[in-house]
Each structure stands twice: as structure tokens, then as C-alpha cells.
Design a protein around this ligand. Structure first.
Ligand code: ADP
Length: 647
């Protein structure tokens, strides 16, 4: 090393001659104040002129706090008390008045003179942070604008998706040729796909703005994994893939955590495994990685034998909007957001995620999450069973508030199907007028509407109307998936919310929660009914153009063929051949429509769906028995009708 002794001596001379003081304090860019503990200014350097416009020495003898913005003064006085008791304090922000009268954001580090020199004073070394503050404020504004944009965009996209999905549901009700069914399914799949994309974008935005919250409720990872894998079996089977779940007995416990977010991660990884594989098996596993006191670190893995990822690709896949290579978008589509979201979800829960892969051999995605052990008491069955036999909600007075024509038509048709009485309001203002004139059993309220939105209308109903009109239960129909909107619904006095697009089952499920039993008697369940009037031949008459012979032939075919089908269905239940149960239900569906057995129209559709998608398998035997009972009674009714003669 070079001998620096000469240079060092010169630096020492420079310091003792005051050069250091001159360079740092007098000529430096920082504003320096020396004040006593009460804020009296005893010295400031000339930089106050450049930074704040005050003349040199002009502030000496004045009080520092007299220049502090009123809104911040009290806080700073308190901070001063703390600073006076400490040696050194960093980064204290304050708003100081300039010569022009304007206020500027500065930040100081304070050196207490007490410790070194025994004096009750502070050296405040201040920096101008107005640019930084401005940038931060702009960022907040931009963030707000982005959130607003996303909220509006999600509304704009969800509303038409709701319309498309709803119309497809209605069209499927009417049945149709195989070709038509195929096209309808394609439309439905596309709408579902769009829903996934919009949900991903919204989730990503929520994570970015730090708005994502995690639940801490009791759940069983074993049940979660099985329930996640079940509905995906169908799409896997369509590609000739098998899904195998291996759950170690060591993790077969109740844990405290967020099962919905765990589902989301698993669904994403399993869907990717299906998407990027053309053969072989997909294995989903969970095992104990380590246990520290009451916390179990569970290691989950999703392994496939698909196309694999190159070494280069694997470095990128967890980045947002990134895919392994460009050909992936062309061939498989996707947004490149799924894994970025998974990574955030895992890390925000204190875990890690990573992947191993070999091109053409397959990929393995691992993630670990620490969960606290829970007890049986923490365990709450999250899923409310859907009632399969949808009862009629006779005379149930509903006010439907919705500005979108298609959504209004969809919801009205469903409500009328359940025999509700429906009034319609096209915006919040009309809704308040109607609710003031009539007592509703339930109000279904859209949020974004012209003239008066759903929030304002609810406030009006709750605060301005007389009882009992003001007490009507209100369920929000929300197209916004932005967190906070749901809370706002409850804050303004709504009872509940239902996110659009909704399925008939979801809407029905919500409505029955508010359906009180003190209304006119309705049949309690499928076992208690008379076979009389179980069938309605109006539709068949229309189809046969009033040709009685043709009608009789159709009825006779139903009477002879149906028992065989019902028997086949029961046998398939016994041999657990669920897809066969589904396909028999599919065959039976048109006959049920022809014979007008409206009571089981929905049930047979549910059986078909459950069987084909292996969904809610545990419910299927009971559903099939209900169907058999009703169909047998319907056959009796038809025989009677034939005997009496149809016209
Ligand atoms: P997306 O699937 O929408 O493109 P993801 O973030 O889920 O977005 O995945 C990012 C990329 O990672 C995919 O585009 C693909 O290149 C790669 N990838 C993810 N999972 C697999 C897998 N199981 N096998 C092969 N490649 C995968």
C-alpha cells in the first residue's frame, strides 16, 4: 500500500483549521439547525436560503416550531421529547415553512449535544425530501387509479360473462341436439376460462397492493386435496391422464390456516400439470417436512410426466406474465400469472415454492407451508350442502334490482321457475320507490347502476323508509371482485352478497337462507307427494302437434323403457360406476321434459353432472333414490291418464 502519511497530515491540518466545518456545515447541501430542547433556533447554516428561501441568520432567535405546519406540530413536539432523551435519532419527517409561505417536506437526523458536551441542545441535519414525497404521493394516486380501473374493468367484463353463462344455462334447460349441446358447452367453457383469467388478474392486483388477507380456520389438508382433485379428474381423463393422491398419515390432522388459498395453489399446479401433459400420471402428495412445537411444515408436491421445462425456462416461470418460452403461448395459451400468484400465496403464508423438471420427462412442483396444529373444535365444515330437490318458493316476494337486460332476464327466469313473485327495478332509485310502496321478502340488489347505485339505494331503504319496509333482507349481486366491496355491502346495511356470475344453485342457496317457513305450506320433501298431477302433458302435446296417437306412443315408451333405465341406474350406483349413472341420467333427461315431470328436472341434471364430473359422489345414491321414487309415481300418474284417455 502507498505511504499516505503526508496526505493524512494535510487532512488533519485541514480539519483543525476549520476546513471540515466549512465544507460540511457552511457549504454543504444539508440544512443544519442547532436548537435547544424547546425549539429555540441558536444557529442555522446558509443552506436555508437555497432550500427554504430564508436569508442567512434570519431564523436565529426564532422558534423552530413556529415554522412547522399546524397539522404536524403536536406530533413533532412529542417527538422532540423523545429525541431529547436519546443520543441520536434518524429520519424524522416534518413540514417546514419556506420564506414564500409554502411548506416543504424535510427530514432530519438529530444529534443530542447532551452526551458529548453536556448541553440541552440538538443538531438537526435536515434533507429536502419533497421530491421523494411527491413521487410517493403520485405512486399512491397511480395505485388508486389502477385499483379503480381494475374494479371497473372487472365489473365491465363480469357483467357480460354473467350474461353469457346465464343464457347458456337457460338454453341447456330446453335440451337440444347433440350438435347444439356441443356448441353450448364450448360457449360455457370459454366463459369459465374468461372467469379464471379475470380472477387471476384481480388476485394479482390484490397481492400487489397488499390487500390480500388470509384466514385462520380449522381444516383438513387431506380433505382439501381430495376435494380439489375430484373435479379435475374429468379434464384429466379426457386427456388420458390419471390423478393419484398420496397423503401421509402424519399430516392427516386438523390445522389452522386458509384452506381456500391452499385450494387455489393446488388447483393452479394440477391444472398446469394437466395442461402440459399428454400422457402418464399426475401425482399430488402431502407429507410432513418438519414439526416445531405445534407448527407442522407440510410439504406438498404436484408431479407430472408431461412436456417438462428447460433449465433456462425454469428460472423465469415464477415471474409474473412469464412463460417457459414463447412457443407456449401459441400452443397452450395462458397469461403467465398462475405461478407468480402461487409463489406470492405461498410466501405470504411463510412458505417456499420451487420446481424441478426435465424436458420431455416431466415436472415436479414443490411447496411448503407452516400450519399450526388445530383441534376438532376448530374444524368447521365449510361447505353447505346444496339441496338437490329445489323446493318451490311460492309467493315469495322478491324485488330484483338490476340494470343489465340480460342479467335481469336470467335472474327473473330462475326466480319464476321457483314460483317466486318478481318485481323489477332498473336502478336504485326505482328500487327505493318500489320498496316504499311494498314490503318485500327479499331484495336482490346490483351495485353499479345509473341514477342511484346499490349502496345508496340500500342506505335509503334502511334509513329513510318506515318499518317493516326498511327491514327487507338485501342481498348484493356484485360483479366487483375487488376486496373491500363486500365489506362495504355489509357496512351500508345489506345482509349478504352473491358474486356474479352465479349459477342457479348458488342463487337458490342464498335465497333459501332468507326464506322463512311461515309462508303458505309447500311440500316438505320428495317423499311426501301425491302421484296425481305429477306429470304435465302440455309440452308433449305441443311437440306432437296435438296428435293423440303419437302422444300415447310416447307415453307408452316412457312407461316401458323408464323402469329399465332406473334399474340400470340403481345397479350402477351399487357398482360405483358413476359415469354410467351420469350417462343414464343424460338419456332420461329429454323424456322427463316430454312428460312434464318438472319436480325432477333439476335433479336429473344434477345427477348427470355429478356422475360425469364425479362431484358430490356421496350425495348421488340419495339423489338417485329420490329420482326413482318420483319417476315410479309419475309412471302411475301416466297410466291413470292413459286409462282416463288423453285429449
Ligand atoms: P400460464 O400457465 O398461464 O402460462 P403459469 O404461471 O401457470 O402461467 O405458468 C408459467 C409457465 O410455466 C407456463 O407457461 C409453462 O411454460 C410453465 N409451466 C408451468 N407448469 C408446468 C408444467 N407442469 N409442465 C411444464 N411447464 C409448465
Amino acid at each position: 500500500m502507498a505511504d499516505n502519511s503526508d496526505n493524512n497530515t494535510k487532512i488533519s491540518e485541514y480539519i483543525s483549521a476549520g476546513g471540515f466545518y466549512q465544507t460540511v456545515v457552511e457549504d454543504g447541501a444539508d440544512v443544519i439547525f442547532i436548537v435547544n430542547y424547546q425549539g429555540l433556533i441558536l444557529y442555522h447554516n446558509p443552506s436555508v436560503q437555497d432550500t427554504l428561501g430564508h436569508k442567512p441568520n434570519s431564523l436565529v432567535g426564532k422558534n423552530f416550531f413556529d415554522f412547522i405546519h399546524e397539522d404536524k406540530k403536536e406530533e413533532l413536539i412529542k417527538t422532540f421529547e423523545e429525541i431529547s432523551a436519546a443520543h441520536y435519532t434518524e429520519n424524522v419527517e416534518f413540514l417546514f415553512q419556506e420564506y414564500s409561505g409554502q411548506y416543504k417536506y424535510l427530514e432530519f437526523n438529530a444529534i443530542n449535544l447532551k452526551q458529548k458536551s453536556g448541553l440541552d441542545g440538538l443538531i438537526l441535519d435536515c434533507r429536502d425530501i419533497s421530491q421523494r414525497k411527491k413521487a410517493a404521493e403520485e405512486l399512491i394516486q397511480a395505485q388508486k387509479a389502477k385499483e379503480l380501473f381494475l374494479a371497473n374493468m372487472s365489473h365491465e367484463i363480469r357483467t357480460p360473462i354473467n350474461g353469457i353463462a346465464g343464457m347458456v344455462n337457460l338454453l341447456q334447460e330446453f335440451g337440444g341436439s347433440k350438435e347444439q349441446e356441443k356448441y353450448l358447452n364450448a360457449i360455457k367453457n370459454s366463459a369459465d376460462h374468461l372467469k379464471v383469467i379475470i380472477n387471476d388478474i384481480l388476485d394479482f392486483a390484490a397481492i400487489e397492493s397488499g390487500k390480500l388477507k388470509f384466514e385462520k380456520i380449522g381444516f383438513s389438508p387431506k380433505e382439501q386435496i381430495t376435494s380439489v382433485a375430484e373435479p379435475l379428474l374429468l379434464s384429466a381423463r379426457e386427456k388420458g391422464l390419471l390423478i393419484n393422491c398420496v397423503i401421509d398419515s402424519e399430516v392427516d390432522n386438523i390445522y389452522l390456516g386458509d384452506p381456500v388459498r391452499l385450494n387455489q395453489i393446488l388447483v393452479n399446479l394440477i391444472n398446469n400439470a394437466i395442461k402440459f401433459s399428454n400422457k402418464g400420471k399426475i401425482q399430488v402428495s402431502a407429507q410432513l417436512n418438519k414439526a416445531i412445537d405445534q407448527t407442522h411444515h407440510i410439504a406438498f408436491a404436484v408431479e407430472d410426466e408431461g412436456i417438462g421445462i428447460s433449465e433456462e425456462g425454469i428460472k423465469r416461470i415464477f415471474d409474473s406474465f412469464s412463460q417457459a418460452d414463447e412457443s407456449i403461448t401459441r400452443k397452450y395459451g395462458g397469461t403467465g400469472l398462475g405461478l407468480a400468484i402461487c409463489q406470492q400465496l405461498v410466501e405470504l403464508q411463510g412458505g417456499k415454492i420451487w420446481a424441478e423438471s426435465k424436458v420431455k420427462k416431466g415436472s415436479k412442483f414443490f411447496f411448503t407451508i407452516p400450519y399450526q396444529l388445530g383441534t376438532k373444535d376448530d374444524f368447521r365444515k365449510e361447505f353447505v350442502k346444496i339441496e338437490y330437490t329445489q323446493r318451490e318458493l311460492i309467493n315469495y316476494n322478491i324485488l330484483l334490482v338490476e340494470d343489465n337486460d340480460i342479467n335481469r332476464m336470467y335472474a327473473t327466469k330462475l326466480l319464476q321457475k321457483w314460483k317466486c313473485e318478481v318485481d323489477i327495478a332498473e336502478n336504485g332509485k326505482i328500487a327505493t320507490e318500489q320498496a316504499s310502496k311494498k314490503v318485500y321478502d327479499l331484495i336482490l340488489m346490483d351495485l353499479q347502476m345509473p341514477l342511484m347505485d346499490g349502496f345508496e339505494a340500500t342506505k335509503f331503504i334502511r334509513n329513510k323508509l318506515q318499518k317493516p319496509n326498511s327491514d327487507a333482507p338485501i342481498i348484493a349481486l356484485t360483479a366487483n371482485a375487488i376486496k373491500g366491496d363486500n365489506d362495504r355491502c355489509i357496512e351500508v346495511g345489506m345482509n349478504d352478497y352473491l358474486s356474479k356470475p352465479f349459477t342457479p344453485e348458488k342463487l337458490y342457496g342464498k335465497i333459501v337462507e332468507y326464506y322463512h317457513e311461515d309462508r303458505p305450506a309447500i311440500p316438505e320433501d320428495a317423499d311426501v307427494f301425491s302421484s296425481e298431477h305429477l306429470t304435465n302433458l302440455d309440452y308433449l302435446r305441443g311437440v306432437c302437434n296435438g296428435d293423440v296417437d303419437f302422444m300415447q306412443e310416447m307415453i307408452n315408451t316412457f312407461i316401458t323403457k323408464t323402469p329399465e333405465m332406473l334399474l340400470g341406474m340403481r345397479e350402477s350406483v351399487q357398482s360405483s360406476d358413476w359415469s354410467q349413472v351420469g350417462s343414464i341420467a343424460h338419456k332420461l333427461k329429454p323424456s322427463i321434459t316430454f312428460m312434464g315431470i318438472d319436480r325432477v328436472k333439476q335433479l336429473v341434471k344434477d345427477i348427470e353432472e355429478s356422475g360425469k364430473e364425479r362431484k358430490n359422489i356421496e350425495e348421488l345414491p340419495g339423489m338417485v333414490e329420490s329420482l326413482v321414487t318420483v319417476c315410479e309415481a309419475a309412471i302411475d300418474d301416466l297410466k291413470n291418464k292413459l286409462e282416463r284417455g288423453i285429449s
